[in-house]
Design a binder for this molecule. Structure first.
Ligand code: 13P
Length: 232
């Protein structure tokens, strides 16, 4: 079993995720990336997140996705977020450890969960940008990041990418297994759009406990919006 995290970029996407979660009585994360959080404002998103939590009987968790800013993570905690992601995966390991530790120290005081990232999630969009070759998570780095920060979950670079895939993703299950054997915290799969269901299942069997999906929702939403505006 893995808990899905669905990205939203406006209130209508947020409401559709919340409605579906309440209908299914399923736990979900509602996730806004940095750009959405900064555009709408953490105060609004924090208030909506709390409402979603209450109306769902405590099943909907408000999450800040891919924040490269320690300050933004802290402000999200202040605004009532239940979970934040500090993404310093583009920094050298020491700096990643430093930034993640700073967020953990602040968030844990308020009982807020923290996700960090190690390795790189491929792709180029608002959720994060990386196009290089050396994306694969290094097991020793993952162990250090988990052990030295006390972070609650780890997003791992195993070949998935943000956005639509041009060809089927080459997910490195072997490396996922190695990380899962070496660290005891839950692992997170990013770039969920377009990953075949069987691959997602294999990932879950090998330590993935949260699966992020965004692009697919935005695409369906925009397609329908376009259809309705076009009068179709
Ligand atoms: P997709 O947009 O590719 O589904 O990825 C979502 C994600 O990983 C957000 O962090």
């Amino acid at each position: 079993f893995a808990v899905p995290a669905f990205n939203y970029s406006d209130i209508w996407e947020l409401l559709s995720i919340a409605e579906a979660a309440i209908e299914e009585r399923a736990p979900v994360y509602i996730a806004a990336n940095m750009r959405v959080a900064e555009t709408i404002g953490l105060e609004y998103l924090g208030a909506m997140g709390r409402t979603a939590y209450d109306l769902s009987g405590g099943r909907i968790f408000n999450h800040l996705d891919h924040s490269s800013s320690v300050e933004l993570c802290k402000r999200a905690v202040d605004c009532g977020y239940l979970s934040v992601m500090i993404d310093a995966s583009m920094c050298p390991l020491e700096e990643n450890i430093e930034k993640t530790s700073a967020v953990v120290a602040y968030a844990h005081r308020y009982g807020v969960a923290v996700e960090a990232e190690i390795g790189r999630i491929l792709g180029r969009n608002a959720e994060g940008a990386y196009l290089g070759e050396d994306y694969l998570v290094c097991v020793a780095d993952a162990v250090r990041l988990a052990r030295e920060t006390g972070v609650d979950s780890l997003a791992v670079g195993i070949g998935t990418a943000h956005g639509f895939y041009r060809q089927e993703p080459n997910v490195n299950l072997q490396r996922l297994r190695e990380v899962n054997d070496a660290v005891s915290i839950p692992l997170v799969l990013h770039g969920g759009t377009g990953v075949p269901a069987e691959t997602v299942r294999s990932c879950i069997r090998n330590g993935i406990a949260k699966v992020n999906v965004g692009t697919q929702l935005h695409a369906v939403y925009l397609e329908e919006l376009r259809r309705q505006l076009g009068g179709g």
